[in-house]
Design a protein around this ligand. Structure first.
Ligand SMILES: Cc1ncc(COP(=O)(O)O)c(C=O)c1O
Length: 460
């Protein structure tokens, strides 16, 4: 069965008809796990798809439906699913043992590669996730500066630990989110992206700022873009204030360019957080940065300085399987045009999706940068012209809209029914393996979805 065999069905009816196996698994999952899921972004009404296998740029669900995959392991699979070199490295590592409870050769090679590729990486400390990387970066910043406060931007995501929750998708006033101590939120200063007066005021009024962290292409991989001039201002302001600038390159690292955003734009932060591509689609992350900051993790350096070392443990830090996948991936990223290919696909597909929107007379826009795209569904009916959309000007409207609800949820469902899996943005992470076939499927999926939404009276 496919969407074309269900011409009169609504999107929801078609989705249910195509995915009975996923429905059955979701019913069981709801009894075992809150909402039946393991990650909030997988929450989807009436139920999410359950995936069985994946290869290159595509994946198949338990009902045999094939999808062009723009979830890409939450952005970790720049080389697509099951890249043969990465898989061979993982299998070889598995055969030698999953955990040695000891230092091993691969972690050294892995750290060396990161230092060669990422301009700010004078030293590397591995973690088990991006969340742990941003947690450690903040702790190091506080230890190094002796100051308490962290500056963040509304809408930017840095993982789910206590200092990173308010201002991402709610609590834009800076108050503490459910389960977080008010005292923690009090030490986080929120600013609007690209707000020159706002960020200048924050640095003028607060002399106790340890660090500023941001997604350097803007929230959610450029969905809410950061202007290049603003990035330069942040480098200057943090330097003048003696605060540390942290680039959260968990998504953009080894993706925007082999050296991340910092190499692409020539601005070197004091610290960088990495995850996803760094460990080649396996669990892992790293915080990297200036030696004098990273020395707070170094036993001998802390002793020599007479300071209390910052503690850091973690059972799976630099585990050999992630190290093997990470090395194989980074070597390919370093020596091929993988980033450039994914970026070129991004530019081309944004153009072609906008052509569909123009043809269908929709005031929506496909936008984004590098190897990503996002679809703005214009909830307030503004005068949006596809292909000439200034996303930065619409950040306030994007911030206050709940993700994955209403039209965007139906859009996502329509794309699924037509063989394309995007995240709830709705946004896409593109791999270097996406090609013309995936491009055509995606463009036609958008056209079919828009037409279905018109038929259902959801959009006009
Ligand atoms: C920019 C950014 N920072 C941090 C994180 C957290 O990484 P993890 O999910 O590995 O904890 C993410 C996850 O998507 C992210 O996109």
């Amino acid at each position: 069965m496919s969407a074309s065999t269900l011409p009169n069905a609504t999107l929801t009816e078609a989705y249910r008809a195509l995915t009975p196996g996923s429905a059955a698994l979701a019913a069981k999952a709801k009894i075992a796990m809150p909402s039946g899921i393991a990650h909030d972004s997988r929450h989807f009404d009436p139920y999410p798809i359950y995936v069985q296998r994946a290869l290159g740029p595509v994946k198949w669900d338990v009902d045999g439906n094939k999808y062009v995959d723009y979830f890409g392991g939450h952005g970790s699979l720049l080389l697509g699913h099951c890249h043969p070199t990465v898989m061979a490295a993982v299998h070889a590592a598995l055969d030698k043992g999953t955990h040695f409870g000891a230092c091993h050769e691969l972690e050294v090679r892995w750290a060396e590669l990161i230092m060669q590729m990422v301009p700010s990486a004078e030293r590397v400390r591995f973690t088990s996730s991006g969340t742990e990387a941003t947690l450690m970066a903040l702790r190091l910043a506080r230890a190094y500066t002796g100051r308490p406060k962290l500056v963040r931007f509304r809408g930017h995501f840095h993982g789910w630990h206590d200092h990173m929750t308010n201002g991402y998708s709610n609590h834009f006033d800076g108050s503490a989110t459910s389960g977080v101590l008010p005292g923690v939120a009090d030490n986080v200063l929120l600013c609007d992206p690209n707000d020159v007066a706002g960020i200048t005021r924050i640095f003028n009024e607060h002399k106790d700022i340890a660090a500023l962290i941001l997604e350097p292409t803007g929230a959610n991989f450029g969905k809410m873009p950061i202007l290049p001039s603003f990035l330069t201002l942040l480098r200057d302001l943090t330097k003048q204030a003696g605060a540390l600038l942290i680039f959260d390159e968990v998504v953009t690292g080894f993706r925007v360019s082999p050296g991340g955003v910092q190499a692409a734009v020539g601005i070197t932060p004091d610290m960088t957080t990495l995850a996803k591509i760094v460990s080649g689609g396996m669990p892992g992350g790293a915080v990297v940065g200036r030696k004098d900051i990273m020395d707070w993790l170094d036993f001998a350096a802390a002793k020599a300085a007479g300071t209390e070392k910052v503690a850091h443990l973690g059972t799976f830090n630099a585990n050999p399987i992630s190290a093997a996948a990470g090395i194989a991936t980074l070597e390919i990223v370093k020596s091929t045009d993988a980033c450039a290919r994914a970026n070129a696909f991004g530019a081309e597909i944004r153009t072609r999706l906008n052509e569909v929107l123009i043809e269908e007379k929709m005031k929506w826009a496909a936008h984004g940068s590098n190897s990503g795209f996002h679809i703005f569904t214009n909830p307030e009916g503004d005068n949006v012209v596809p292909g000439a959309f200034d996303a930065a000007a619409f950040i306030p409207k994007m911030l206050n809209k709940p993700r994955g609800e209403g039209v965007t949820a139906l859009l996502r469902m329509g794309m699924l029914v037509n063989g394309v899996d995007m995240n709830s943005g709705p946004s896409a992470w593109i791999s270097a393996m996406h090609g013309e076939e995936e491009m055509t499927t995606t463009v036609e999926a958008l056209r079919a979805t828009v037409r279905a939404l018109k038929r259902e009276g959801v959009v006009s």
